[in-house]
Design a protein. Structure first.
Length: 396
């Protein structure tokens, strides 16, 4: 029998890292009609299958009692849901390789309405950042975007932080504000890239469909983050939010399909709308998978301690923090309070009086009672809690 070189913990970490990255890359491959990124997605999808099969093998060998089987079944449900996300992402990228493209006007509109995008950049031999760490070059501070993964030869680096060194010929996957794309190109490649001017579509139903598509993408990705968070913190309220988000995404899909049908009457070639429908279907599948993860908690399935240990090893953590009265954030925008700069945490959503603000920007104003959902390095958790807490008044 061959010796297993990876533990269950190692596999859980890698499965989560792969599933999160592949969702980001798949969307970008369609947006930019990038066959190279699409091929990366399919490669990662295949890797997720391998990881899941290896996990199943190790899990089967470790079962001795019925109690063990119950714990392993919870882990396998989470892993299967993660693989379902990878499969949905693979379906997105398959569109690119099959020649289905979004029209340029739709791409411009999506970029104009989106708060984040993903870039793939290869570090040239003469790049000013080659041989330096992300901290030394102050990548995030100077570009407004952050490196979420690096591919070096055939190896992937997921746990990217300020001490990660950039090497020549590294392939960087960078996430952030679409308006910062020109700055990133110049910083990494030394060349200028102009942003294309956004347009408004002449077909109102199509414009509406694009808005719904972006909302579905944002909500489904938020559902994934919250699903994992609900298990890590054992928080059923957060798990129920995932159920709510999944239901919302389902309803939005029907609304999008209706808009697409109405828009198709005004197009000479309705087949150009296929990518929008497929992207919507993929977002629905991702939200479904997030619900499957959250249901591990809601159905009282027992999770072994190894799961939480594994999640602590992932590159980023998700933190939930409530903004208190008289905190440093009260009444300020995220940019004015320099939340990301001061804490290293990126606010991915805000819940305010039962309503969600997805993909908040530097101009999003924060108020007491807001619940912030932020991702970032583990050492940023305490800093975020401090900035959300009530400022202690000095005694007279």
């Amino acid at each position: 029998m061959c010796e297993m070189t990876k533990t269950v913990k190692d596999l859980l970490v890698e499965i989560r890292d792969v599933s999160e990255l592949v969702i980001d890359l798949a969307y970008s491959s369609v947006l930019y009609d990038a066959e190279d990124i699409a091929e990366e997605v399919l490669e990662l999808e295949a890797k997720s299958y391998e990881l899941l099969n290896e996990l199943r093998t190790i899990a089967t060998l470790s079962v001795r009692r019925i109690e063990d089987a119950k714990k392993i079944s919870a882990i396998l449900q989470i892993a299967n849901a993660s693989q379902k996300m990878c499969s949905a992402a693979g379906d997105k990228s398959a569109l690119v390789l099959r020649g289905y493209k979004l029209t340029k006007d739709i791409v411009k509109l999506i970029l104009n309405h989106s708060e984040e995008t993903i870039l793939k950049l290869s570090v040239p031999e003469n790049s000013q950042i080659a041989g330096k760490t992300l901290g030394e070059i102050r990548f995030q501070k100077l570009t407004g975007m952050r490196v979420i993964a690096i591919k070096r030869d055939l190896e992937w680096i997921f746990n990217v932080n300020r001490d990660t060194r950039i090497m020549r010929n590294d392939v960087l996957f960078v996430r952030g504000d679409p308006n910062m794309v020109p700055r990133v190109y110049e910083f990494v490649l030394g060349e200028k890239k102009e942003l294309e001017t956004a347009v408004e579509l002449e077909i109102p139903e199509l414009d509406r469909a694009v808005d719904i598509l972006i909302e579905m993408k944002n909500l489904s990705e938020l559902a994934v983050d919250l699903a994992y968070s609900s298990l890590i913190y054992g928080n059923e309220d957060v798990a129920l939010e995932v159920v709510y988000l999944e239901s919302t995404v389902d309803n939005l899909k029907f609304e999008l399909e209706k808009s697409i049908l109405l828009a198709s009457k005004n197009l000479s070639d309705p087949s150009t709308l296929i990518p929008i429908l497929e992207l919507a279907h993929s977002s629905e599948q991702i939200a479904d998978a997030a619900r499957e993860i959250a249901e591990v908690l809601l159905k009282k399935m027992e999770l072994p301690p190894i799961f939480k240990d594994a999640m602590k090893k992932t590159g980023e953590i998700l933190v939930i923090a409530t903004v208190c009265e008289d905190s440093k954030l009260q009444g300020k925008t995220l940019g004015e309070a320099r939340v990301e700069t001061n804490t290293g945490m990126h606010v991915i959503a805000v819940k305010r009086k039962g309503e969600w603000v997805t993909r908040p920007t530097a101009n999003t104003r924060i108020f007491a009672g807001d619940i912030l959902f932020a991702k970032g390095p583990r050492d940023g958790e305490k800093e975020l809690a401090n900035i959300c807490a009530t400022v202690k008044k000095q005694a007279l």
